[in-house]
Design a protein. Sequence first.
Length: 211
Amino acid sequence: MMRLTQGRILALKTLLHLGFILPLAYLWLSVQSGAAGGDPVQYVIHFLGMGALHGLMLSLLVSPLAKGLQMGGLMRVRRLIGLWAFVYALLHVAAFLGLDLLGDVALLLGEIVKRPYILVGMATLLILSAMAATSPGAMQRRLGRRWQQLHDWVYLAAVLAPVHFWWSVKSGWYEPALYLSLCLGLLAWRRKRIVFYQQIVTSFNRGLNRG
């Protein structure tokens, strides 16, 4: 078993940063060179959305890998991956608003109401935004137990993101179905924690009904 020293963790973080930055450089070069296809706006929006989905899935993969390989140090890169997933999701929405809707915020609000896939996507962004805002260690100490409860919402984001992808495509279901299956598979590793929170929600709803 390889021990993750401080130097190796730093090297891994550097590789992860490059792994998220280089695709953005590739996207920029593709647009500039005219290699983004016949509809570069949709190409950019889709590219960024897939980057966010990949980042979210990778962040969920860290914990099973750390346990399976007995490398607890891997957990130290999960925050970095989660923040990059948020950056891609934010750029995805910014590209949709700025390039597709030409910056019309009122139109965006109308689209959220009319189109369920956009509503689901915005809900995912809100979850990732809350997690990113509370990711610093100071916020973790300040929130205490509530911090973990807040960050467990990533499980909902892991379902909403591939659903958003599935509902947004106009044709072909194989690829989004594959991503949804992979996300559900990643969540299956955490079924005990998820069942625990489902029980809490069920008990809460029963209490409301009795009241």
